[in-house]
Design a protein. Sequence first.
Length: 161
Amino acid sequence: MKHRDWLRLRFEGEKICAVLRQKGYSCQKQARRLSWWVSQAGSYSYILTYLPAPRNEWSLLPNDTHPARAKLMAIVQEALSGLKTTEVAEMTYPQSEPVADTLDANKGLKDDSHPWTIVQFLPNAKHFTIARFVNRQDAQDHLRFLQRYVPTGTFEIVFEG
């Protein structure tokens, strides 16, 4: 999935949750996913999520036949039909710097919001960026994983501030 599509779907999900909140539902975003926990006091809880290809539609999980799910799905469909395509097209995305100015030595994009980097040392004094992280703890966890599953590799955590 392209990042632009992910942003569009996140925008749609937030609009759906706004409509659900107006109707008295509780809606909480799941971290790093295109899904939200949806519940209402004294009713069943569902997960609102986007099902990618071949379905390409919003759905509620679990997929049961309870009347509360049918009512909730009707509200979601109503919110989606009310969401104008022009509103999604006019959505502003964060402005990025020109690509030529943000290239690092590895010919990859440099991301200033993720300064902790794991690099692999290669022969002839070369290196390769494996991953970038927001905080050092995540980088250390990933480094432990790499050292366990690639014991012959030489990896190091580097801060690129």
